[in-house]
Design a protein around this ligand. Structure first.
Ligand SMILES: C[S@@+](CC[C@H](N)C(=O)[O-])C[C@H]1O[C@@H](n2cnc3c(N)ncnc32)[C@H](O)[C@@H]1O
Length: 357
């Protein structure tokens, strides 16, 4: 596949290279200024950022929020192996990006079997040009669609496989409905709290439900429409903090006890973003929790060596109480690891489970 679908056809003259290796230092790629370094970067295990700020910024400056890229080969190949499409199978891809993985899929499954959806029309047009340069005929070998991949492609369903190349917090049910029973969907699942994970969902006989388990770490740029950020928090001296108390639970334990606990917290409070800050001057640790819409918030602050931590809460929900309850549930369950969890998606939304769906 690496030989048949050569990466150099999918990389612009100028881009930003982020080596996917420990200690790798990002750098600007410029084919004209330094063709050798450009080519070396193309064939290294690096993610290559091709767009920032949805096209409003300069990707070669190393600033701005990456919004499109050529995924690092090792990461992309792991997902393609998890998807394991067979020749002749019909594949839907969400997030065309440069078109490289769409080309790789078409190389595997054959002409006319792959549909790839890209939300950004400029990115999609470049992907068509890249695929052409790599020897594919767009619309014959690969169908490229400009649109919101969250809706999938009902018109050409059912698909055997769905390859999602952008981060997803809530799996759209449309993807389940558009995949045949027994079909497979792979995606980088990126919860509001904790690490992103590879997920491989298998659609059940009813065609409406899919179950899957969590795999290795995954970090992708988010599906547009599911991007969130920590809401602005109320200042500590605000009188909107109606709940003021103290806790003997160390707030550090909520974020430093591993991914198994993170998944329990996500299962119990999926719409809550959790941030942490350690003040290096005096060792004060501050945990911040907020619902995505900002209506409920909590701040927990522990001083170095203190026996208890200060808790501030506001809104309909007492987020710190919920977080403590989630931790207690994880401890009661015997500190389950990531491998014990799974996820089910059906018409009612998505749920996490322990051991069995
Ligand atoms: C990591 S890149 C994809 C990498 C690509 N598979 C490749 O090989 O180059 C993610 C892409 O998903 C696209 N994207 C984000 N949200 C989307 C959405 N709602 N529908 C379709 N594409 C989306 C982004 O514009 C971006 O181009």
């Amino acid at each position: 596949m690496f030989h048949a679908v050569r990466r150099e056809h999918f990389v612009p003259e100028r881009a930003w290279c982020i080596p996917d290796t420990v200690g790798g230092v990002p750098f600007a790629m410029d084919r004209e200024a330094d063709p050798e370094r450009w080519l070396e970067a193309v064939y290294s295990d690096s993610a290559i950022i091709t767009q920032v700020d949805d096209g409003d910024g300069d990707p070669t400056g190393g600033t701005g929020r990456p919004s499109s890229s050529l995924s690092a080969p090792a990461v992309a190949v792991e997902f393609l192996e998890l998807l394991a499409p067979e020749p002749g199978e019909r594949v839907l891809e969400i997030g065309t990006g440069t078109g490289w993985t769409a080309g790789a899929l078409a190389h595997r499954t054959g002409a006319g079997t792959v549909t790839s959806i890209e939300v950004d029309s400029v990115v999609a047009a470049q992907a068509a040009a890249n695929l052409t340069a790599a020897g594919f005929v767009p619309e014959v070998d690969v169908r490229l669609v400009v649109g919101d991949g969250a809706a999938g492609d009902a018109e050409h369903a059912p698909y055997d496989r769905v390859h999602v190349a952008c981060g997803v917090t809530a799996v759209p049910h449309a993807w389940i409905e558009q995949t045949r029973p027994g079909g497979v969907i792979v995606l980088p699942w990126m919860p509001e709290h904790g690490d992103g994970r590879q997920v491989r969902l298998v659609v059940q006989a009813d065609g409406q439900t899919a179950h899957g388990r969590f795999g290795g770490l995954a970090s992708y740029m988010m599906l547009r429409g599911q991007r969130t950020r920590m809401p602005d928090l109320e200042p500590d001296d605000s009188d909107r903090w109606v709940g003021r108390s103290r806790t003997r639970t160390d707030p550090r334990a909520l974020v430093w006890d591993g991914s198994g606990q993170d998944l329990m917290v996500t299962a119990v409070m999926p719409d809550v973003i959790i941030g942490k800050r350690l003040d290096m001057r005096d060792g004060t640790f501050r945990l911040e929790l907020a619902t995505v819409d900002g209506t409920s918030q909590a701040v927990v602050e522990s001083r170095w060596g203190g026996a208890s931590a200060r808790v501030l809460q506001l809104g309909d929900r007492s987020l710190w109480d919920e977080a403590e309850a989630a931790r207690a549930r994880w401890l009661d369950a015997g500190r389950p690891d990531v491998a014990c969890y799974g996820i089910t998606v059906d018409a009612g939304g998505q749920r996490l489970w322990l051991d069995e769906p």
